[in-house]
Structures are given as C-alpha cells and as structure tokens.
Ligand binder design. Structure first.
Ligand SMILES: Cc1cc2nc3c(=O)[nH]c(=O)nc-3n(C[C@H](O)[C@H](O)[C@H](O)COP(=O)(O)OP(=O)(O)OC[C@H]3O[C@@H](n4cnc5c(N)ncnc54)[C@H](O)[C@@H]3O)c2cc1C
Length: 386
C-alpha cells in the first residue's frame, strides 16, 4: 500500500520550495520530494512584483536582510557593428519606483524559503528523488528512488529543465540548445556599481555586472561556449585580464572572489503548463537564456497562479485536481507565451549579424531613451506586469 497525500511537489530548487509552501498553505496535505543538490552559486535579480509576492507568501521577511536593491540599468553597446545602439540608462525613478527590484544570492533565498517550509505542519519533506510516475484510476502513483510508493491526485513538477514529471506524463515541449553558455562568478570592483546593473553588449552576448552590495558585483557573461571554456582554462589571472578588458576598465581594478561556473543555455517551452492533475512550475515548464532576468521571476508567477487556482478550487469534487491543473494552465498561458517570446526576440536581436535586426535593436533603444511613455511600457513588460 502506498502512502497517500493530497499533493506531491517534486524538486527542491527555488520554484519547488516556493510551490511546496504555496500548496501546503492552501491547506493540502503535502509531500515535498527535494533531494539535496550542489549549492546554487547564482544570484537572482527579482523585480518588484516578485519581491512583493515573496513577502506576501511569507517566503522572505525583509528583502534588505538578504539582497541588494537595483535602481538603475545601464546598457553599453560594445560591439564593432555598423549600426550601434546609444548608451542607455534606465532609472527606477523614471518609473516612479524606489528600485526596479532586488538582487539576491540563490543560496540565501533557498535558506529563507526552507525556513518558511519548516513552519508548516501539513508539509512533509523527503530528500529523495522521484524515479517513476504512473496514472491510477483517480490519482498519480510515484515511485521514489528508495523504492517506496506514494500517491496523490495533484502532482507539481518543479524538477527543472529535464523534468521527469513532464517527460513521463506526456507534456509536449519545444527545446532549442544554443552554442552560447553563461559564466558566473563574484567580483570585487575598485569602483562600486552603486545600485546599477551594467550590461556591456558584445556580438556573442552580454557581459553583465549586477550589484551585490558595497564594491561587490555578480558577473553573468554570455558568450560562445568555447570562448568561455578557454577563458576559464586561463585560470584566475587570465580571467581577471579578460574581465578588465570586457568591462572597459570602467570600474577600475577587478578581483575574483569565487571560482567561475558555467551554465549551458537553451530554451524550453511547453504547449500547456497543466493537465490531468499535473502542474509544471519553474524550469520544468520554461527555460531561456538569462537575458532581462526573467527565469525565476516567471517561476514565482507560476507559483502565485498555482496558489490562485487552489484557492478557487472546489475540493469536494472528485476530480478537483484535474480542474486545478486545467485552471492553472489557462491562467499561465498568456504570461508564458509573452515572456518566452520577449526573451527569445531580445536574445536573437542581440546576437544577430543581420543588419535590419541590428538597426531595429538600435532604433528600439533610441526610442526607449527618448520616449518616456514607451519606456514606462517597457518597464512594465520587463517587470512582468499583467
Ligand atoms: C546564469 C544564470 C543567471 C540567472 N539569473 C536570473 C536572474 O537574475 N533572475 C531570474 O529571475 N532568473 C535568473 N535565472 C534563471 C533562474 O536561475 C531559474 O529560473 C531558476 O533557478 C529555476 O529554478 P527551478 O526550481 O525551476 O529549477 P532548478 O533550480 O533546476 O531546480 C530543479 C530541482 O529539481 C530537482 N530534481 C531534478 N530531478 C528530480 C527528480 N527526479 N526527483 C526529485 N527532484 C528532482 C533538482 O535536484 C533541483 O533541485 C538565471 C539562470 C542562469 C543560468
């Protein structure tokens, strides 16, 4: 006999822990399958609405305790192209905001989310992976890596890009791999960034410095995988020389505070995000290059919509879990399509060798620079306003 729950959440990344907390807070007897992975050394720029959600959901207390405010976005066209964009500075005060959002170390976010999780009596966490999932008459039966069987009418797949939940339950997904990758590490700069995130746009992708408090910065450098591998192989001193050149020495000397880690880049889009009592959240449902800081922001909007679908559900009905998954799918459809499309267009326009695309991008940045109403609209889109 397998142990029975109302819901099982699979995956202990940021989307998974946030989802487990939301599901348990909706009153469901919940199991969270969260095997321990290596520490996630990335940081996440989260926009105002995401931070508001984290606070209202009880996932973090005060953002200033663990993060750093982002008040400006500065874009520098560092390409040698014929048509170049103007240097552009977006200030949160143009949008009437004290900050666009906050930059958080993922390790700190996860700690805060896990603290929130530990306070919920109807939420059981096991550090064990899912190894199989099958439909029964009215439920899903999950086989765990230790051989145990568990079941629930509602399953949340937040098990990342290669999601077993998604693959084993017949969701259709489109995937595309890029030759580019992202290299991340923490830096100390001689001249601090203040609250500005600074993006140098090169032909193969942006080199972005994000404020991490004081004179520290988090680097996200997107480039051809082979270029990044060669830079990494040159060791800390070689990397430092490359970073000085890429940052055009605008921030003076640079010291590396952590080793550099590389992440392969791809896009993934699902045709629908929920069906048959299965809900996909976070990178199990959508992945794209870290351009415009959208990934986790979108994952948190998944979790907010899951909470809304659960609040609207009539759990006295026998097929309530199927209704929740369909309601969730409807709620997510527009946002997933809009955000995925926006990031894809932005990424491809950054990398394009095609002159009309370069002209459009440069023209777009000029328009954003010169037309306040357009700038306001772009802020709204980037921050995930609906
Ligand atoms: C370089 C880089 C920078 C980024 N910067 C930003 C940013 O500034 N802002 C932003 O919003 N987003 C950003 N993102 C995107 C963001 O990091 C991701 O969207 C987010 O971390 C995804 O979280 P997740 O929980 O969906 O997936 P993951 O973190 O991949 O978690 C999936 C979890 O599922 C677990 N799992 C897998 N298989 C199983 C199984 N069979 N059973 C149980 N568990 C399983 C894994 O162990 C893992 O813990 C960035 C991404 C990159 C690559």
């Amino acid at each position: 006999m397998s142990a029975r729950y109302d819901a099982i959440v699979v995956g202990g990344g940021l989307a998974g822990v946030a989802a487990a907390v939301a599901v348990a807070k909706a009153g469901l007897n919940t199991l969270h399958l969260a095997p321990k992975g290596p520490p996630d050394r990335r940081t996440s720029a989260l926009m105002g609405p995401s931070v508001d959600y984290l606070r209202s959901a009880g996932l973090i207390d005060r953002p200033a305790d663990i993060g750093h405010p982002l008040t400006q976005i500065r874009i520098i066209d560092a390409t040698d192209r014929l048509i170049r964009a103007p240097e552009t500075l977006f200030d949160s005060s143009d949008a009437g905001l004290p900050a666009f959002g906050w930059n958080f170390p993922n390790i700190k976010l996860l700690e805060a989310f896990e603290t929130a999780r530990s306070r919920l009596a109807n939420l059981e966490t096991r550090e064990v992976a899912l190894s199989g999932i099958e439909r029964t008459t009215d439920s899903w039966q999950l086989t765990l890596a230790d051989g145990e069987l568990v079941e629930a009418p509602l399953v949340v797949g937040s098990d990342g890009k290669k999601s077993l939940v998604r693959v084993a339950t017949d969701f259709r997904a489109r995937e595309h791999g890029f030759t580019q990758a992202a290299l991340v590490c923490d830096l100390e700069l001689a001249r601090p960034l203040g609250g500005a995130s600074v993006e140098f746009h090169y032909e193969q992708g942006p080199f972005t410095l994000v404020p991490a408090g004081g004179s520290r910065a988090n680097l996200v450098w997107i480039d051809d995988r082979e270029v990044l591998k060669a830079a990494q192989a040159a060791g800390p001193e070689g990397l430092r020389t490359t970073f000085l050149a890429k940052s055009q020495r605008l921030f003076g000397d640079i010291q590396l505070l952590t080793p550099a880690h590389m992440f392969l880049l791809s896009t993934l889009t699902v045709q629908r995000a929920g069906m048959n009592g299965i809900v996909l959240a976070g990178e199990a449902a959508h992945a794209f290059p870290p351009i415009g800081a959208q990934g986790l922001n979108l994952g948190l909007r998944d979790v907010a919509d899951l909470a809304a679908a659960l609040a609207a559900a009539d759990r006295s009905q026998p097929s309530w879990a199927i209704a929740v998954s369909e309601d969730y799918s409807r709620r997510r459809a527009d946002d997933l399509e809009r955000t995925g499309g926006m990031v894809d267009t932005l990424f491809r326009s950054l990398l394009s060798d095609y002159l009309p695309a370069q002209a459009l991008r440069a023209g777009g940045l000029w328009a954003l620079r010169l037309l306040p109403p357009l700038r306001k609209q772009a802020f709204g889109l980037g921050m995930g306003e609906r």
